[in-house]
Ligand binder design. Structure first.
Ligand SMILES: [Zn+2]
Length: 218
């Protein structure tokens, strides 16, 4: 009880959001034991004894994105275009994320396009940008928008286009049990929003003619 009160007080005083009052590793492992009991099993059982430790370590990987600020990272790594003024497209960047509604995996691909003004970034940097945002609790719409906004702020291009396609395990393994369904979200900024030809050029490059829309549940 005292612990609960003091952590609440700490949260109220801090200007940081809740993650600043990070539980200890032991507390996180206890929470996993509680979920195992909730599922109906015995966390003291031989096969499950090391599970809480493994789950907590897996969380460190799956949610490593909270530690990084992709904008800072991009700011350090852009390069001058050297006069290149055509659309840059990077397609099929695989990502693994977790939906913030069920904490279930959502796995898919992101396609990124931008029309540089005078700054470009390397392929590995774009992949890293996707990874940092994916390794957080997400909804696909927000993931798509965050990637686009980060590129737009740092590179200040003529436009940015981001399309994400993902399968959500909260849909395929529970609830409506819809297998084979992929959700598609998109964010178009600048020339990709304003000029149909530029948008079409991008969609054709990623193998998506016609339109995409950003509606759907996470
Ligand atoms: Zn979900």
């Amino acid at each position: 009880m005292d612990n609960v009160l003091s952590s609440k007080r700490a949260r109220a005083k801090s200007s940081e959001p809740a993650p600043s009052v990070r539980p200890t590793r032991a507390e996180a492992e206890d929470a996993v034991r509680t979920l195992i009991r909730w599922a109906g099993d015995d966390p003291a059982r031989e096969g499950l004894r090391a599970t809480p430790g493994r789950v907590v370590r897996a969380y460190e990987e799956w949610f490593a994105g909270y530690k990084d600020d992709p904008r800072e990272y991009l700011k350090r790594t852009f390069e001058e275009t050297g006069g290149y003024d055509e659309v840059v497209v990077l397609r099929d960047i695989r990502f693994e994320s977790h939906c913030e509604h069920h904490m279930a995996p959502m796995i898919g691909r992101v396609h990124i396009g931008y029309l540089p003004r005078n700054r470009v970034v390397g392929i590995s940097k774009l992949a890293r940008l996707v990874e940092v945002y994916a390794r957080r609790l997400q909804i696909q719409e927000k993931l798509t928008a965050e990637i686009a906004a980060a590129l737009d702020t740092v590179l200040k291009p003529h436009g940015v286009a981001v399309v994400a396609e993902a399968a959500h395990q909260c849909m395929t393994t529970r609830g409506v049990h819809k297998t084979g369904v992929t959700m598609v979200t998109s964010r178009m900024l600048g020339v990709f929003r304003d000029r149909a030809e530029t948008r079409q050029e991008f969609l054709a490059a990623i193998g998506m003619r016609g339109g995409v829309n950003g509606n759907g549940a996470g």
